[in-house]
Design a protein around this ligand. Structure first.
Ligand SMILES: [Zn+2]
Ligand SMILES: [Zn+2]
Ligand SMILES: [Zn+2]
Ligand SMILES: [Zn+2]
Length: 229
């Protein structure tokens, strides 16, 4: 895969920025300020604490999201969100690792990981603080690993969803290895050798067979297990 500068779209103003410029943009995005001021004006409530979180594929950092998450929500809710948005194929197990502690979806069962394992039913403000980083894995077999980093903590007047996407990467362009057109399929076998990216025309000639093919989707789980987006 040739190196590309990873770009993403701001949810509020829909402008495109490079991955490295997005954190700064979100701090100064005028449209975001307008949107949040409107939400705050409608009801006067207790200020709500939120964390600005960045998640990205550990081995595929071109897949990334900036999230605004309510501090009182739980790791279990974040797990559910990551599955729904990016990862879920067939109900595999998952776990966070933050500050040397593992928070597993199946905590309590014998994991045998040799480290303390807790439930995901823990509030984010118990585990996150600005600067804190951590990791997440989905599926202990064909694992997709994510990196997490807490960029900042804020207080807002009002908030809709517990987890809001602030920005997300634009789909990287991956080319068909046979003809050079944009790939729309990936072979779930050949991907482990860094190959198997194919356009619709070239899939017919692929030796592994059609049942091995998965659609190219904008997710760090692209081409893994049975993930179709
Ligand atoms: Zn913006
Ligand atoms: Zn699966
Ligand atoms: Zn092709
Ligand atoms: Zn193949």
């Amino acid at each position: 895969m040739p190196r590309q500068i990873s770009q993403g779209i701001c949810t509020f103003c829909h402008r495109e920025f490079s991955k490295s410029a997005m954190t700064r943009h979100l701090e100064t995005c005028e449209q975001r300020a307008v949107t949040e001021a409107k939400a705050g004006g409608r009801r006067k409530a207790q200020p709500i604490r939120t964390f600005h979180l960045v998640v990205e594929g550990r081995d595929l950092p071109m897949y990334w999201m900036h999230l605004d998450v309510t501090a009182s929500t739980t790791l279990a809710t974040l797990d559910r969100f990551l599955r729904d948005t990016w990862l879920e194929c067939c109900g595999h197990l998952s776990a966070f690792e933050i500050g040397g502690i593992r928070y597993a979806v199946d905590a309590g069962m014998d994991g045998g990981w040799g480290m303390e394992e807790k439930s995901m039913q823990v509030r984010l403000d118990k585990v996150f603080s600005p600067g804190q980083s951590g990791s997440y894995e989905y599926d202990y077999g064909t694992t997709t690993e994510l990196k997490l980093k807490v960029i900042a903590e804020r207080e807002v007047d009002a908030k809709g969803k517990a987890i809001q996407v602030l920005a997300r990467n634009t789909p990287p362009v991956i080319l068909c290895e046979e003809c050079g057109k944009p790939a729309t399929n990936v072979c779930s076998q050949c991907i482990f050798d860094g190959k198997g990216w194919l356009c619709d025309d070239c899939v017919e000639r692929h030796e592994c067979g059609e049942e091995m093919l998965l659609p190219v989707v904008n997710s760090p789980r692209v081409g893994m297990c049975a993930y179709t987006g």
